[in-house]
Design a protein around this ligand. Structure first.
Ligand SMILES: *Cc1c(COP(=O)(O)O)cnc(C)c1O
Length: 434
């Protein structure tokens, strides 16, 4: 299958090139040229299938032309070596717990798949090492670093703002060693992102080394996220629930996660409608109201992985719906919550049900409390484990949050970073010295 750019000024390309390049040369985002349908019969006994088997069918439908089935099966099985359970919270509301992977957030799925796909292409064509540059405000860096750890033919450079990520987050990408290098930048997250963008645009660097991005602009990171939407459906089927009025709420920042779900629906997954749940960075919500897209600088919230002022995957949503505001509004609704509302939901849900949300999941959960009809079944994506936001969550529920052993293990490692200023020439000099 070929991939085209949403900007329309770049030639179509192969899956391999789309993955290796990340962004299209015209700065557009790659999209599959066809959205293949999954046969209806697949859904008849989906409740009996495992996560890995479901994911393989979906992966094969998308990538089957480009990767031999045995290899694809292996990539899927290695990616999904943890469960993604659907847990009942209250009434007709369910949590899809995406935090059982190595870094306890949903980004593990896309990062682990992408690492293995990149390594496969690299081995197959015997090209030089691929260098993955990733700017992080916390969560992306840990998922990508751990997803790529020890994967042959790939080196990862995680750029993060010195002193601006939590201790737990920092430990998840500065203690790994092997093919992972943490670059501690004296600056902000925006500075880190600008360094990465400048590197991709620098012709001398691109001639000397193969650079790619592991943000959700990369098709190999964002498309595999649709696997678990199918698995959520399967779990409702297994529970014997009605399957014709399913609503999925997705706590959204860069909109990679929800876009994968929208494409899953287009492939035939029977989800009735989606909710894009925002914190105060509500650019998409405002778009739904007004029909105009006005990106603006992000503001800091307690659901900080969603503090995005210019959601990069918005271009994919426009493309998917032929730029039609009506078509988008027919399938996706929005909402926006303040920090006070997020905290209130987290606290009240814990009190009433015993279920401890993280601040991102709380945004999704609240949208179901407010926006679900009685005849609908609502699933919200619980995108990270509450312990990843220990200080925030403890302050809200006034109780200690126990750190799972998987997370605690990172804290025991030794931090190792390379300190760099936020200026591009010094970053470039560093890369060229490798
Ligand atoms: C990245 C992230 C999000 C936002 O996901 P997008 O795909 O960028 O919309 C939500 N919650 C958590 C915990 C995240 O790490």
């Amino acid at each position: 299958m070929q991939y085209y750019s949403t900007s329309g000024n770049a030639p179509k390309t192969t899956l391999k090139d789309a993955v290796v390049k990340g962004l299209a040369p015209d700065k557009g985002l790659y999209m599959p040229e066809r959205i293949p349908a999954i046969p209806k019969a697949f859904f008849n006994n989906i409740g009996e299938m495992s996560l890995q088997d479901i994911a393989y069918v979906v992966a094969n439908t998308l990538f089957g032309d480009d990767i031999e089935s045995e290899t694809l099966k292996q990539i899927v099985n290695e990616t999904l070596n943890f469960d993604i359970p659907l847990v009942h919270v209250a009434d007709n509301r369910y949590s899809l717990e995406l935090f059982h992977g190595p870094t306890l957030a949903f980004k593990d799925v896309g990062a682990r798949f992408m690492a293995r796909l990149l390594s496969y292409f690299n081995k197959k064509s015997g090209t030089k090492d691929v260098n993955v540059l990733v700017a992080t405000s916390g969560d992306t860096g840990s998922a990508v670093a751990n997803g790529f750890l020890g994967v042959p033919g790939v080196k990862v450079f995680v750029l993060y703002p010195k002193g601006k990520v939590s201790k737990i987050q920092e430990a998840q990408f500065t203690t790994l060693g092997k093919n992972i290098t943490a670059l501690e930048i004296s600056g902000t997250f925006d500075d880190c992102q600008a360094l990465v963008k400048n590197a991709f645009m620098d012709s001398e660097l691109n001639e000397k080394m193969q650079l790619t991005s592991a943000n959700s602009i990369n098709v190999a990171r964002f498309l595999p996220q649709m696997f678990y939407y199918f698995y959520a459906y399967a779990q409702l089927a297994k529970m014997g629930k009605p399957l014709d009025n399913i609503v999925v709420s997705v706590p959204s920042g860069n909109f990679g996660n929800i876009t994968a779900g929208l494409i899953g629906k287009r492939m035939g997954l029977p989800i009735k409608r989606f909710i894009a749940a925002n914190n105060r960075n509500d650019i998409f919500y405002q778009y739904l109201l007004s029909g105009t897209y006005n990106p603006r600088p992000s503001i800091a919230t307690i659901a900080n992985a969603m503090d995005v002022g210019a959601p990069s995957n918005f271009a994919r949503i426009l493309d998917l719906y032929g730029n039609s505001h009506d078509a988008i509004s027919a399938e996706i609704s929005g909402c926006t919550y303040t920090d006070e509302q997020i905290a209130e939901t987290l606290k009240e849900t814990y009190r009433a049900t015993g279920y401890l949300l993280d601040p991102h999941g709380a945004v999704g959960y609240r949208s179901l409390v407010e926006g679900l009809r009685n005849d609908e079944i609502g699933i919200f994506l619980e995108t990270a484990h509450p312990a990843k936001f220990k200080d925030t969550v403890e302050k809200i529920v006034e109780e200690e949050v126990v750190i799972p052993s998987k997370l605690a293990a990172f804290m025991k490692g030794t931090k190792s970073t390379i300190k760099l200023p936020s200026t591009f020439p010094s970053f470039k000099k560093y890369l060229l010295s490798l």
